[in-house]
Ligand binder design. Structure first.
Ligand code: UDP
Length: 323
């Protein structure tokens, strides 16, 4: 594997990164990794779904917090080398609770973050999503697949905002010559996911640890491919330093059914919980697995953390949170 050009200690010395959504699950891990490499980080968050505890430990480092909604005009003083747009509700239950904010973070927020990048002559990185593929008719999903999305379904507020965000980012690249990157993030898990964020992994772990029934939506035959957060962050750092404006899938191609992941969590927690079935949410994708050929070829990236190891860390985290 070629070395990751941004991974060397001090690769970021003298450079400033603005990251929106810095207090979120992925945003806070990215902030850690950037600080470790010597970047100064300006984190923007309005704490709609972010958590102050995720960034408490950053206050002692070269990290500055700006508390604001990215749907409003963004001003940052001084030079900026990178703008990473991560702000958005990202769990299906969150974007059902905050549909308008989700649309605004993906649409207005992306426009504002692009405007900041352009004003500062910074490189822009968009957190996009496997949701741009919707309930996919092609499997696994390569970046060349255009997707199968219901614009007016309950997930449309997230999917369409992110599709708009990709279109806007690409327009800034083509029309203004802005340096841009687009990462399509597939299901990711790890410490700092909100224990109540509603997604499968934290839900199942909380339920297993508390001896409640695990709620499988539908028959549990639907599949996802779960990537541990440190692998994702490594992929993002590599993409920052790769010269491509094309979208790149970052995710783990190990595909499991939801029943399988629930069983693994019951086994690993030693829980006596049982499984119950609840209705499948509308437009819930039946399958999902990234084709990561592009990430392998362009970035020399592939995931390294085994599900077992990632789950162990995540279970420990949730255990501490529930104390
Ligand atoms: N899911 C489930 N039980 C839960 C939470 C989620 O069966 O308590 C299912 C959900 O219907 C979906 C899959 O697990 O098929 C992954 O859901 P998640 O919310 O984690 O993310 P998604 O991949 O749908 O964005």
């Amino acid at each position: 594997m070629p070395p990751e050009s941004g991974a060397t200690p001090n690769a970021g010395a003298g450079q400033t990164v603005v990251i929106t959504g810095a207090a979120g699950f992925i945003g806070s891990h990215l902030s850690d990794a950037l600080l470790d490499r010597g970047y100064a980080v300006v984190g923007i968050d309005n704490f709609l779904t972010g958590d102050r505890q995720n960034i408490e430990h950053l206050q002692r480092r070269d990290f500055r917090l700006v508390e604001q909604d990215v749907a409003r005009h963004i001003e940052v003083e001084g030079p900026v080398d990178w703008v990473l747009h991560w702000a958005s509700p990202a769990s299906p239950t969150d974007y059902l609770t905050f549909p308008i904010q989700t649309l605004k973070a993906g649409a207005l927020g992306t426009h504002n973050a692009l405007g900041l990048a352009r004003a500062k002559d910074a490189t822009f990185v968009l957190a996009s999503t496997s949701e741009v593929y919707g309930d996919p008719a092609e499997h696994p999903q390569p970046e060349t697949y255009w997707g199968h999305v219901n614009p007016i379904g309950p997930r449309g507020v997230y999917d369409e905002a992110k599709r708009f965000a990709e279109a806007m980012t690409t327009a800034y690249h083509r029309h203004h010559g802005l340096r841009t990157r687009i990462v399509r993030i597939f299901n990711t898990y790890g410490p700092r996911m909100r224990v109540d964020d509603g997604r499968a992994v934290p839900n199942f772990i909380v339920q297993a640890l508390q001896g409640q029934d695990l709620t499988i939506y539908g028959d549990g035959g639907q599949t996802r491919s779960f990537c541990y957060v440190s692998d994702l962050v490594d992929g993002i750092m590599r993409l920052m330093h790769a010269d491509t404006a094309e979208p790149v899938n970052i995710g783990n191609p190990d595909e499991l059914s939801i029943s399988q992941i629930a069983a693994r969590i019951i086994e690993m927690t030693g829980s006596r919980s049982r499984i119950i079935h609840e209705p499948l949410p509308v437009d819930d994708p039946k399958v999902r697995r990234p084709d990561i050929t592009r990430a392998r070829t362009l970035l020399g990236w592939e995931p390294r953390v085994a599900l077992e190891d990632g789950l162990r860390e995540t279970i420990e985290y949730v255990r501490r949170k529930l104390r």
